[in-house]
Ligand binder design. Structure first.
Ligand SMILES: O=C(O)C1=C[C@@H](OP(=O)(O)O)[C@@H](O)[C@H](O)C1
Ligand SMILES: C=C(OP(=O)(O)O)C(=O)O
Length: 435
């Protein structure tokens, strides 16, 4: 496949899409959402909110409409809630259920059923919810919410927006003030959107950068009109593809650049990547720009572990950029990558090695010695990259394939539909425009 060029637009942000549906389902009246990501993960959230009483519809023009039940008004679901592949749906919905008099069972696919839920079970138990998880604190899991729940002050033991959001969402229907103390900042969409819907929420930043988030419970929500910006985590695949495929010059429109999400672009610039921001503006209360990306001679760097939370989902594709850079890239502080849809450290090490890259795995990251711009060999005849039900592995290795001699074969591309159903067609559009 040749260079990438022309203009593309990636689908809506996954994190904001999940929250639009959940919060809309708690407001009485109609919340309207445009640009919603129609990926399987978000559809799992929508199905669960319907099962708990919300009315959620999509118009032919692609606008979504949500009629909610009011804070505290969620109904007992009649069946197990199927979370598919989605950690965000599971952990945030466990938070919502925690402060309702509801018993709910959560199930998921083989990947989700391996992921740790103890991180949300711990704080939600302190609030009064009761859990019968599978061994190791995993799905399938049944929980009984507490009503009234007890407000807590909780210091996050792991930098996780999902845990933060679970506690805040539980706090919505809890009397008094629920506090989350966040020593290392993570994506702040929940805080922004909770305020937008009318919750009393304040964030205090201490001298050492610790964020203290206080939410007053028994909130009353006003329905909102939401425009979801393009997902920087989806744009990432096209940014790296354009950087590593010679002759590329691609414009990606409407990319969300919330600073708690967009660290990848800064890291790639540090590596020599030509990524320009055009027409910086606000969409739905989030900073957005069009990105112009040109093929670039990348250089390896040591990635500052402080940026990890602001690009936690982008490391698989950063590893691909590093495999094509000149010199060594060292990443550290990536322990959390081992508990995503797959163990993204080991799985990417194995995948990149199969495609001909030089990679060393450490406890908390990868060390990659790049080719200096020469294409990778590609996967050997008959061999396939194992993606382990992980959309980001599949897309990252598809991008690696664009900069390889024989291409990269992937065992299973279906998981791509969880976050980026139009990935393959957009890749074709961008490649054909250049042909
Ligand atoms: O809150 C969110 O929407 C998300 C938070 C991150 O997970 P953690 O909070 O578990 O790191 C991220 O990996 C996930 O894709 C989406
Ligand atoms: C980790 C991810 O999502 P989730 O935790 O929602 O499954 C992701 O999209 O990379």
């Amino acid at each position: 496949m040749g260079a990438l060029s022309g203009k593309i637009r990636v689908p809506g942000d996954k994190s904001i899409s999940h929250r639009s549906i959940m919060l809309g389902a708690l407001a009485v009246g109609e919340t309207k959402v445009t640009g919603l990501l129609e990926g399987e993960d978000v559809l799992s959230t929508a199905a669960a909110m319907r099962a708990m009483g919300a009315t959620i519809t999509r118009s032919d023009s692609g606008e979504w409409s949500i009629h909610g039940v009011g804070v505290g008004g969620l109904l007992q679901p009649q069946q197990a809630l199927d979370m598919g592949n989605s950690g965000t749906s599971t952990r945030l919905l466990m938070g919502l259920v925690a402060s309702h008099a509801i018993t709910a069972t959560f199930v998921g696919d083989a990947s989700l059923s391996k992921r740790p839920m103890g991180r949300v079970i711990d704080p939600l138990s302190l609030m009064g919810a009761e859990f019968t998880p599978s061994p190791g604190g995993r799905l399938p899991l049944t929980m009984r919410g507490a009503f009234p729940a007890v407000p807590i002050s909780y210091r996050l033991p792991v930098a996780s927006a999902q845990v933060k959001s679970a506690v805040l969402l539980a706090g919505l229907n809890t009397p008094g003030i629920t506090t989350v103390i966040e020593p290392i900042p993570t994506r702040d969409h929940s805080e922004r959107m909770l305020k937008g819907f009318g919750a009393e929420l304040e964030v205090e930043i201490e001298a050492d950068g610790t964020r203290v988030i206080r939410l007053r419970g028994e909130a009353e929500f006003r329905p909102q009109t939401i425009v979801v910006p393009g997902d920087p985590s989806s744009a990432a695949f096209f940014v790296v593809a354009a950087l590593i495929v010679p002759g590329s010059e691609l414009i990606i429109e409407n990319v969300g650049l919330n600073p708690t999400r967009a660290a990848l672009f800064g890291v790639l610039r540090q590596m020599g990547g030509q990524i320009e921001e055009l027409d910086r503006r606000e969409v739905g209360g989030e900073p957005v720009a069009d990105l112009r990306v040109r093929h670039s001679a990348l250089k390896g760097i040591a990635v500052d572990p402080a940026v990890v939370p602001s690009m936690v989902d982008e490391f698989p594709v950063l590893f691909v950029a590093a495999a094509l850079a000149e010199g060594r890239t060292v990443t550290t502080g990536l322990e959390e990558l081992r508990v995503k849809e797959s163990d993204r450290i080991t799985v990417m090490r194995v995948a990149l090695e199969l495609a001909g890259a030089r990679v060393t795995e450490t406890e908390d990251g990868l060390i990659i010695d790049g080719t200096g711009g020469d294409p990778l060999a590609g996967t050997p005849e008959g061999a396939e990259v194992a993606t382990h039900l992980d959309h980001r592995i599949a897309m990252s290795m598809a991008v690696a394939g664009l900069a390889s001699r024989s291409g990269v074969a992937i065992d299973d591309t279906r998981p791509i539909a969880t976050s980026f159903p139009v990935f393959e067609s957009l890749l074709e559009t961008a490649s054909t425009a250049a042909a």
